[in-house]
Write a protein that binds this ligand. Sequence first.
Ligand code: ADP
Ligand code: MG
Length: 357
Amino acid sequence: MACEMLPIPTASEYTMNSMNSDEILKIEALHVTFSTERGPVRAVNGVSLSLKRGEVLGVVGESGCGKTVTGRSIIRLLSEPQAQTPQGSIVYRPRIGEPVDVLKLEQFGKEMCHLRGKEIAMIFQEPMTSLTPVYTVGKQIMEKILTHADVDKAEARAQALELLKRVGISAPEQRIDEYPHQMSGGMRQRVMIAIALACDPQVLIADEPTTALDVTVQAQILALMRDLKSNMNSSILLITHDLGVIGEMADSVAVMYMGRVVEYADSVTLFTKPRHPYTRGLFRSIPLLTKNETSRLEPIAGTVPEPYAVPSGCPFRTRCPHAMPVCEKHDPPPVVTRDGGTVRCWLYNDTDPEGST
Ligand SMILES: Nc1ncnc2c1ncn2[C@@H]1O[C@H](COP(=O)(O)OP(=O)(O)O)[C@@H](O)[C@H]1O
Ligand SMILES: [Mg+2]
């Protein structure tokens, strides 16, 4: 009898099969490399993350660790010529139909354009670069509505007005006809959020949404996002370098260093029991209300290595106060902790996930 060959499952099939019903987005082994004159830059080097329905997942780490590139990979907006095609899988569960690996879709094909904006929306750090200076904010919100929904212009304008109210813009009837440069930074960020919400996305990727804003406006935008989370039951991937913002917003947290997730935990565990020396370093280096006021701030020793010269073994070892000989030779694999998180550090191992420190 002829032997029937079974098809070999692809990486994304494995991801889909391991996806729980409450997971809306699952990233597995994502690699993104930029080809530069000085050599390849592995901006994202094997990131795996899972976002659940209604969850705020914080992604935190120093500048340059790959947060933005991870976010832009999800909506397939890496269009620089140096960017090589992302490898791995990013499986998204749409409102209708089967889960889909967005990395398998054509970058500007119909399916991806539908997902980008209508199901997965992204807000960027600097609203002025994402808003068009030559159109009124009303026109920009309406354009998004008209692209994705079957409504006429009058209805789109009414919806745009409603969105401006919802994101807390005062006198929206006047503001709707203003240009971005007539607005403050905080108001522009609200407009960006209104555009992102125009199609009621299931997943919102917020990339440093408050970094460019002063502290008072920052608090208002965070309050708005908390509101959105509870009213919309949408899932938020919150990218920030600020652990304070994470503490206020996130249900769970992925800590990134040099293109990889070095620690993942629920927010309470991360704040009460950070495990990775890098995470602990981050906590020691920032002022937090929860910290004893007399404790001194200590910056993490050294600087992030050049992306062209990644150290052998554990990439954090050159700055780590606990570096051991094994760290130089071998890259630590992710270890599952008792709280259901993961940590990539030789201080912890399979037999004793709590480690010795
Ligand atoms: N277009 C590009 N060309 C070359 N390197 C890039 C490009 N975009 C990003 N990178 C590199 O990728 C790494 C991650 O960048 P990014 O995701 O923007 O960091 P983060 O958002 O965490 O600050 C950095 O080392 C950055 O220099
Ligand atoms: Mg960034």
